[in-house]
Design a protein around this ligand. Structure first.
Ligand code: SF4
Length: 213
């Protein structure tokens, strides 16, 4: 660490603020980092896919590309870059630290779904807990809406996201008609819960196998 450099962690990002330079970095696996443009539009494009080329529908998914660095000209540019990578994270951290984070629970979010997602409200407590456990464990955010604490470097999540709602929809259908488990297929799209082999689907079915008929 260079003298005067401040290094902090936010989700999977490392943030370095030196005397003369500022940078954000993706997870390091020991390879030389690739330079990535630090403007928000470029960063949004960069983090949209994981290293295997899979689309990342969940901004907090623990699947950020590894070994990259974006140099930033100012603190304002750094904030904009963080906003591009983790939308609303800085706002939610500030709100949580000031005790004004507005929490909305899963019951409320599921009960207001309509159309294709209305069926999600029929998912019981055990199913909701299992869906939350398998999905939120794959996300850098901490579900404050479920009463969880946010660890240092974490990001509080004030409201269940649309990906969790989509999982609850599928889970409600699985609870009625349990599907066959399948081997995990690492190439299956992250939020394609209907597809056998989807890692989240298989984790849910494993967790619920004693209760699903
Ligand atoms: S609900 Fe869970 S998976 Fe969705 S953003 Fe919040 S913590 Fe992440």
């Amino acid at each position: 660490v260079v003298t005067g450099e401040i290094v902090s962690q936010l989700g999977q990002l490392t943030i370095r603020i030196g005397e003369d330079d500022i940078a954000i970095e993706g997870p390091a696996t020991g390879q030389a980092p690739r330079a990535v443009p630090g403007d928000p539009a470029s960063l949004r494009r960069w983090i949209r896919f994981d290293d295997a080329g899979r689309y990342r529908p969940l901004s907090g998914a623990r699947s950020m590309r590894a070994n990259w660095q974006a140099d930033l000209p100012s603190i304002a540019a750094m904030d904009a870059a963080i906003e591009a990578v983790y939308p609303l994270a800085l706002e939610h951290l500030a709100a949580a630290s000031e005790g004004r984070l507005r929490i909305v629970g899963l019951d409320e979010v599921l009960s207001r779904q309509s159309g294709r997602y209305q069926v999600a409200a029929g998912l019981g407590t055990a199913g909701r807990d299992a869906a939350t456990a398998v999905l939120c464990a794959r996300c850098v955010k901490s579900p404050a809406w479920a009463g969880g604490a946010t660890p240092p470097g974490g990001i509080p999540c004030p409201e269940p996201c649309s990906v969790l709602v989509a999982l609850c929809r599928e889970a409600a259908l699985w609870e009625r008609e349990p599907p066959e488990a399948a081997p995990v297929n690492a190439e299956a799209a992250f939020a394609d819960f209907e597809t056998p082999g989807n890692e989240v689907r298989e984790a849910y079915l494993r967790l619920r196998k004693d209760d699903l008929g």
